[in-house]
Design a protein around this ligand. Sequence first.
Ligand code: CU
Length: 580
Amino acid sequence: MQLCQYPSQSRIRRFTLEAIQIPIVYNQYGDYDPDGLLYVLEQDSQRIQREALRRFQQTPPQPYEEVQPLVLRVNLGDTVKICFRNQLDRRLSIHVQGLAYDVATSDGTSAGFNRDSTTDGEIEYTWYADTEGVFLFHDMADPRSSEEATNVHGLFGAVIVEPPGAEWFHPETGEEIESGLMADIYQPGKPAFREYTVFFHDELEILDKDGNPPVDHRTGMPSSTTAISYRSEPMRNRMPLSHDPADSGEDISMSSWVYGNPAPPILRAYVGDPAKIRLVHGGIKETHVFHLHNHQWRLEADNPVSTIIDSITISPQECYTLDILYGTGSRNRVIGDVIFHCHLYPHFHEGMWTLWRIYDRLEDGTGKLPDGTPIPALLPLKDRERPPKKDKMHPGYPNFICGEVGKTPRQPPCGVLDAEGNPVVCPTPLEEANFVENAAPWALYTDTCPCHTTGECSRCGGRGKCCESEEKHEASEPSPEPDEKCGDCEPYHEIDEKCSSCEPCTEPDEKCGSCGPCSETDKTCGDCRKCRKIEKKCENVKAFEIALVQAKLTYNRYGWHDPEGRFFVLKEELERCGGL
Ligand SMILES: [Cu+2]
């Protein structure tokens, strides 16, 4: 950063834009809009059209990653000159919402007595970047919401006004970029941050891979499609693994172990990275509720007493900046996949969801997901501590999780107890090696110790000592044979404190690293470190054993019923009645 370098108030940023019409493929299952419309930078136009058409001709049609809503970035104080070259056979325009401009020349409409600023040729618009934030632009030559118009086919984008002096770079290559949904933003005097642009849009005109309107196989009824940034992952495409209802539940239908990554762009970061989500409603039909798990932001980012929220209702053409509190992973520094979605469940079901993937180890571009998909590099933010490199016992999320591609994901270790109070699933050695220091059965990979998170621990007065004292306390208890190594199953018994009864652990020793055979280890040994902690914690806890039951549920004497009623009962009630 250079001191005393104030931004010029007269800087002019120029962009030349085109509108192109191509089929937009919304997911790997081949759902597509045959009449997709998008704004592109002139220099990218030919490449995007060529590659998008090439992938559209595959069987089934496949998406092209550069087909995405156009996002431009400028600095506060810039004058923005947009040269719009319309080569399509219809009048089009670019109308920006929220930036200052002269309505006589740059409104992008044909309204009232104002000069017509739509075009069937070439026109220049001038906008003034007088406010930081994110601003939608879209076509106002045809403002209808019908399928003959432009909006439902994707003709919108956004301009982000960054702080004075800020610069933006590609998160994978570090190169300066002129457009893109994702960027790393470096700004004078403040921490760098990950910037993610997320467009919600809805009621799309979509055909399936065979060119037919999509049908939900569960109901036989036509199925709508809702999207994030020209991609959609509707549940209708994620076929159940079997006829067992247990194989079509929420934990299966959104599992990347079973189906791979969802289609909408996945946000990526290292735990702790500062992050802003630029949320845009590009559509013009329905209101949505953006809901992000495990993270929060203030309704008014610059107001320190503003309400803290984790969901926000967004109406057509609104935009918000979500300045994520405490950065990626929030205060408890969670790693892994965090879902975000429209909280109106039909929209969620119709495809409006994706993930924020939070890494624990450096991704240098050589890694692969368990299904073999390459993991693109993610450059660490330069003003933050570099993430640690991977090693055999720390292969980076999700490669330490015990799972098999295409199979039902197993339950998290230590999460569910059997009738004797022992965990149904014990961690594999590889999983346990990646637990946080103060792992608890409900928080294995996220640090919930107040000393590390809020600094407000009631036990140690926030001095950060309670974890140490906990360890000492444990050490003072009679420890079950503190055998650090068993000899024949190194290195895992550096992790386990005791090995006398953990035979299942020895088998995968020879194989582990790829985690393929790790499921063999989850035959409950009942003797891992976490199991013992659970037993200790259970001493002062009243436990309820609750069964989730699926059975016919009759609602009235006329026989109205739900053949697949689902409800909770106490286990003893179930036993008292002799089952269902
Ligand atoms: Cu919605």
